[in-house]
Write a protein that binds this ligand. Structure first.
Ligand code: NAD
Ligand code: TYD
Length: 358
């Protein structure tokens, strides 16, 4: 039975990943979820698995060296899937320090924990893997409308967030080069799907639309992001963990570029399509809610991933079209308005105290 150490498993992609893996592998794997439960961590996302014998939650800060070493000494970890991070660009512009602590120093602690527990006299224990879940933002921005990020594109991060992720990637690379450490790096484009914190574009617009609040579009609204349904990202991470060639970087994306204004417009149209005729919220939902606001500082113009390598080497393909994924996502938010309400009120943070009284 393989044991996974998933960091940041209470966040958006981490919780989707845990649910995806339990659905796929059932009782044949064990998952240890290590999360500090910052504002972005919500254990409610994992209600479905929290009572399983093959799932364990540990409230731990990845920056805590002793705790991390002790986890590696207690459990025989086969896979580290490292999601834990500060993940929001706007927050990184306001307060970069916590990004450096968690994203850079936290990653270093995990590398050291895994290295000391996996090392043998002549290399590493068999079949161990560290997956650094990174982002296409480490490549900086594309200034035109036609080129793509490849794994060979030079790192050129622009925001404190992407600079901290690039730094972490370079530390992972240095462990591969210096110590032959068994790691891979994945660099994915923007994810969307259930459980995404409503500070990010898609859930923010859905939530504001449903509450007849303005839809704040930064700058011209013409910036381009390349969107991937979260389960397709989870599938890619699982494939890389199993079959990724040692030390390699894999870009993950589904060729689904959209201008921000297209996304916002589509969210309004889809809400009107999905809400029943008698729903009182329909009255207030219209394109008039769109409000152009001051641009983000250093706003990257365009991201677009070339996923050729992961397709060719590992046979990964996205399975969910954007038309399908956005409907699934919006249906999930409409069915889980209480989740959104607890998030916006901050009540979700009481869940840990209720569930995991120490
Ligand atoms: P998120 O902000 O939703 O979740 C981050 C999780 O990490 C939270 O549960 C939080 O409590 C936890 N965490 C933060 N600091 C911690 C610490 N010091 N110790 C332990 N846990 C801590 O983020 P997300 O959107 O799920 O992103 C997950 C990872 O995927 C990140 O590394 C991010 O860079 C990467 N990524 C995200 C996207 C995207 O579109 N969201 C795209 C590509 C890559
Ligand atoms: P975001 O979801 O924060 O992801 P990232 O910055 O990591 O790509 O933002 C996606 C895009 O949407 C980005 O170009 C900024 C823009 N945006 C808005 O126009 N309005 C908003 O309220 C937010 C949160 C983002």
């Amino acid at each position: 039975m393989k044991t996974y150490l998933v960091t940041g498993g209470a966040g958006f992609i981490g919780s989707n990943f845990i649910l995806y893996m339990i659905k796929k592998y059932g009782d044949s794997i064990k998952i240890i979820n290590v999360d500090k439960l910052t504002y972005a961590g919500n254990l409610e996302n994992l209600k479905e698995v929290e009572h399983r014998d093959n799932y364990k939650f540990l409230k731990v800060d990845i920056c805590d060296k002793e705790e991390i070493l002790s986890i590696f000494n207690t459990y025989d970890i086969d896979r580290v899937i490292h999601f834990a991070a500060e993940s929001h660009v706007d927050r990184s512009i306001k307060n970069p320090e916590v990004f450096v602590n968690t994203n850079v120093l936290g990653t270093l602690n995990l590398l050291n924990g895994a290295k000391q527990s996996w090392e043998t006299e002549d290399g590493y224990k068999k079949d161990k893997k560290f997956v650094q879940v990174s982002t296409d933002e480490v490549y900086g921005e594309l200034e035109d409308e036609v080129s793509f990020f490849y794994e060979t594109t030079p790192l050129d991060p622009h925001s404190p967030y992407s600079a901290s992720k690039a730094s972490a990637d370079l530390l992972v690379k240095s462990y591969v080069n210096t110590f032959h450490f068994p790691a891979n790096i994945t660099r994915c484009s923007n994810n969307y799907g259930p459980y995404q914190f409503p500070e990010k574009l898609i859930p923010l617009m859905i939530n504001n639309g449903l509450n007849s609040k303005k839809l704040p579009v930064y700058g011209s609204g013409l910036n381009v992001r390349d969107w991937l349904y979260v389960d397709d990202h989870c599938k890619a991470i699982d494939m890389v963990a199993e079959a990724g060639h040692k030390g390699e970087v894999y870009n993950v994306g589904g060729h689904n570029e959209k201008k921000n204004i297209e996304i916002v417009t589509m969210i309004i149209d889809t809400l009107l399509e999905m809400l029943p005729e008698e729903d009182p919220r329909r009255k207030y939902i219209s394109h008039d809610l769109i409000t152009y606001v001051e641009d983000r500082k250093g706003h990257d113009f365009r991201y677009a991933i070339a996923p050729d390598k992961i397709k060719a080497d590992l046979g990964w393909e996205p399975e969910t079209s954007f038309a399908e994924g956005i409907k699934l996502t919006m249906a999930w938010y409409l069915d889980n308005m209480d989740w959104m309400e607890r998030i916006t009120k901050g009540d979700y943070q009481n869940y840990y105290n209720e569930m995991y009284r120490e």
